[in-house]
Ligand binder design. Sequence first.
Ligand code: ASP
Length: 310
Amino acid sequence: MNKIAIAIHGGAGTILKSSITDEQETACKKTLQKALRVGYAALEKKKTAVEAVELAIIELENSPLFNAGKGSVFTNMGTHEMDASIMEGKELNAGTITLVHNIKNPISLAKLVMEESEHVMLGGEGAMEFAKRMGCNFEESSYFYDEYRYQQWLEAKESNVVQLDHTTIKNNKIGTTGAVALDVFGDLAAGTSTGGITNKKFGRIGDSPIIGSGTYANNLTCAISCTGTGEFFIRGVVAYDVSCLMEYKNLSLIEACHEVMHHRLVKIGGDGGLIGVDPNGNVAMSFNTEGMYRAYKQSDKSEVIAIYKE
Ligand code: ASP
């Protein structure tokens, strides 16, 4: 069988061993492992990279531990506004949605935009209308509620700050979700899903639903999913920049990810991380924060699940 590989992330930020209990660490690792296994099993069954990415992200969206789907962070209005995107590397098709609410699995809606609409990006009420027509699963607002994130929001609201899900000192909850995969057909795909940043205002949109910034896939180079302060990832066109360094400068996946995360993004003040996979099944996981919830598995190799800096 041709090589297959999948990598996932659950957000990057100030994640210190000292700020997380053993139980929390175990719960997070378990959820990451489950998502990784679901995605890898799909690839083994010869499902496409797009399907594997969707399935892995659904697991993370359904867990309240992660800032996507159930457990998304609160906006300044005390609501949830979710963003997601997916892209495949063969034909460069993509689907993205932004500012949606009450959708159980935003990543599936992004995939429907890619596969069933003539557009790439749908936002707000229009995206919601499309979701209704497509028969997507909706949930009551209470489904998305998470006590920890509510408290986190109250704190942020009081001090009038906008914050990345995992940057508070006492933070022990985690963030945005993403997956990248190489399937048995040699095709790449990437997806990202998030509730954004706590206390965001005015219809703020981050990098996660922006193709080229938070998500990108191209069979010639790589599939990338990012996490971090979206404003910087948009300005740095981060996911596409990794691909460009590979295509135009012949850098390897690992070199390109390192260059973007540790030099280019740092220069403009950006913090966060990314995961990537290339057509040979190489995996990169690069971040300039204290930690990033992450996991990967490549053909015939054992799974790797990690949180902190090595
Ligand atoms: N990149 C996301 C955003 O800015 C947040 C995150 O990765 O945690 O919306």
